[in-house]
Design a protein around this ligand. Structure first.
Ligand code: SF4
Ligand code: SF4
Length: 330
């Protein structure tokens, strides 16, 4: 999905909606380094903005990981957020999380759950527990029919099995072992209110499957990657973008995730966020993580595009879930 298609729609440029010039820049210090260790994945979900899947060959190598670790060590990031693809499929994943957890106060890993049941990955849940990593688990819905429609046959049943395995290790139960669930809408609509969604998921997962979790993160689907292709193919692109624009919520600007993070791609190139990776919009400076090894991290101008409306619609959206209160008018 090229941003050009989005730019052709009769919707004002995203930057024209930003009412305070400060929001066009990151904060002086960044709290999060997000590292995408590759696009290889055991699933090929319909909504995947990274277009990840079993056939992808982009995988972060050790020198890029070492550069990330060095930059982490030299700067005051609070959080390392590891994502993919399925991060566990990177051959250096275990090395990376072990090293990172000695440096960063808070390390989180985004997992699709079902990888934890695949042969060769049996040790991973215990590794997470031993290093006290936060796990962010994608689960599109609490029913099999809706989850399998987006992720593939029997994914829901296997996800429940993996959630029970994590619960058995204390995840989602022990306060030191947070297990958060990520929800994405199944189509061209905004997610429901995060708090109400969390109540529904908790009630249903507990009652039907005996599964516990810590918190729910509701994400708005970003119109890039596979989801963007789906919108264009199904004739929903204009309607979806119109919805994002009409529910634009100024209160979400302050907390846009790009204002406090940098996103590292598998090849070391730097982006403002994962969505900009998907849209092929690297930092304006063109820097890589290697360029940051010997200089302090500084505030920078953010590279916005029309896809950014997904972060500011309604209750707002980021990799950490909703970023603001829903606009009462929405
Ligand atoms: S959404 Fe997640 S689990 Fe699904 S294909 Fe993309 S990276 Fe893999
Ligand atoms: S898509 Fe990325 S750059 Fe755009 S507002 Fe969201 S986090 Fe910021």
């Amino acid at each position: 999905m090229t941003p050009t298609l989005l730019e052709q729609l009769a919707i004002p440029g995203f930057e024209s909606m930003v009412d305070d010039a400060a929001y066009l820049y990151t904060r002086d210090s960044l709290h999060t380094m997000q590292v995408n260790v590759g696009r290889l994945c055991n699933l090929s979900c319909r909504h995947c903005h990274m277009e990840a899947g079993p056939g992808r060959t982009e995988v972060m190598d050790k020198p890029v990981m070492e550069a990330c670790l060095l930059v982490l060590r030299k700067n005051r990031f609070d959080t390392l957020d590891i994502t993919g693809g399925s991060p566990e499929m990177n051959p250096h994943f275990r090395y990376f999380v072990r090293q990172a957890s000695e440096i960063a106060a808070h390390v989180m890993v985004r997992t699709n759950l079902v990888i934890l049941l695949e042969p060769g990955y049996e040790d991973i849940p215990r590794l997470y527990r031993d290093l006290k990593l936060e796990v962010i688990c994608s689960l599109p819905h609490y029913t099999a029919v809706n989850t399998d429609k987006m992720r593939g046959s029997s994914v829901f049943a296997r996800s429940i099995e993996a959630l029970r395995l994590l619960n058995g290790l204390g995840y989602g139960i022990d306060a030191e072992l947070p297990l958060n669930l990520v929800f994405n809408p199944g189509g061209a609509f905004l997610p429901p209110q995060q708090r109400a969604l969390e109540r529904d998921f908790r009630t249903n997962l507990r009652r039907e499957h005996g599964v516990e979790f810590t918190a729910m993160l509701a994400l708005t689907n970003n119109p890039v990657g596979r989801f963007g292709e789906f919108l264009a193919r199904s004739g929903n692109l204009e309607g979806y973008m119109g919805k994002l624009y009409s529910t634009f919520n100024t209160d979400t600007l302050e907390a846009m995730m790009c204002r406090g993070q940098v996103s590292v791609a598998h090849d070391g190139r730097l982006y403002d966020c994962d969505f900009n990776q998907a849209a092929d919009l690297p930092l304006k400076s063109g820097e890589t993580i290697f360029d940051w090894q010997n200089k302090p991290v500084q505030a920078r101008r953010i590279r916005f595009g029309q896809h950014c409306y997904a972060c500011t619609a309604g209750q707002g959206s980021s990799c950490g879930g909703a970023t603001g209160q829903a606009d009462p008018a929405s």
